[in-house]
Design a protein around this ligand. Sequence first.
Ligand SMILES: *Cc1c(COP(=O)(O)O)cnc(C)c1O
Length: 219
Amino acid sequence: MSVKESLHSILSTLPQGVKLVAVSKFHPAERLMEAYEAGQRIFGESRPQEMTAKAAELPKDIEWHMIGHLQTNKVKYIAPYVAMISSVDSARLIDEIERQAARHNRVIDILLEVHVADEESKSGWEINELRQYLTTDAFKALTHIRVRGLMTIATNTDDQAVIRRDFSLIKDIFEQLKPQFDESFDTLSIGMSDDYPIALEYGSTMVRIGTAIFGAREY
Ligand SMILES: *Cc1c(COP(=O)(O)O)cnc(C)c1O
């Protein structure tokens, strides 16, 4: 299937209101352009340098989402243009995003990445740590960050029961935290190529799909 065909076949399965982030990491700009020409405007990248190079080369109406683990010292490279940072996993990172967003006179949309998977290796806040952080004055004082919702990566397994457990847990946490925010807290980013149909059952409002659109990545 071409990029265009894959994209359209995925879009046809998404309920209205669910956003598709086309995860284009490791794919060359020409491949992104195929998706762009098929109508796609939201692209997800995991490395700041790669994203910045692509942003310079590709059309200006693309929304760039940082989906990979972000080091604080790299925030400055993407702060001028990034549409959303979906992988925000520490207070230190939030402080740096706040600082860089202020420098550029912007308010940057973020998602808080929560750790629910079995693997220790997965990044994200532990839920108790996040709850605690949300009560701090430092969090309440942020003026250049808009928390749009939560993101998680489910356990990497073929066991559907485990994936369902992860998505069910993040959905509960999302509903629990929602009252602490205003109506802009509307995004639950769950679901990748292999598990997005399940994520949709658990209220995903944003799926992040790479392989099923662009094919396998060559690292
Ligand atoms: C790479 C990546 C994806 C896309 O994964 P696919 O399996 O290729 O769809 C989604 N989310 C995050 C955080 C990623 O790093």
